[in-house]
Design a protein around this ligand. Structure first.
Ligand code: HEC
Length: 96
């Protein structure tokens, strides 16, 4: 568990060398994919399928910051509004 945490911290440090799209994808893999899956469709712990989500940017930002049902707030993990916006762009790219 400790090792996993250290790796996450390291990955987050490495983000500065990535493009914004890559940063969004990395942040999503680190913080969202365990419930939503890399493609958004996993649905673990009752998570919604992000590829069919029709929510507005405003609603998505609200859910990321405040959480909803079994989804905890992701604000502390994502750290900055900039990171939150990168993840927002990434998950909208998962829509078909
Ligand atoms: C612990 C598991 C878990 C994690 C981690 C998680 N989610 Fe969720 N997510 C859920 C669950 C459960 C729901 C359904 C909430 C409900 O409607 O009751 C959900 C719903 C959502 C929705 C609403 C989709 C819709 O159309 O209703 C969005 C958007 C979303 N998550 C984005 C994210 C993002 C972005 C991250 C990472 C920053 C993330 N989630 C991390 C479990 C998780």
């Amino acid at each position: 568990m400790l090792i996993a945490c250290q790796e996450t911290a390291k990955q987050q440090d490495d983000l500065s060398s990535q493009t914004p799209a890559e940063q969004g994808a990395s942040l999503y893999s680190m913080h969202c994919a365990q419930c939503h899956g890399e493609d958004g469709k996993l649905g673990a712990s009752g998570a919604r399928d992000l590829s069919t989500s029709k929510l507005s940017d405003q609603d998505i930002l609200h859910i990321i910051k405040k959480g909803k049902g079994a989804m905890p707030s992701m604000k502390a993990l994502l750290e900055t509004d900039q990171n939150i916006n990168l993840v927002l762009s990434h998950i909208k790219g998962l829509r078909r």
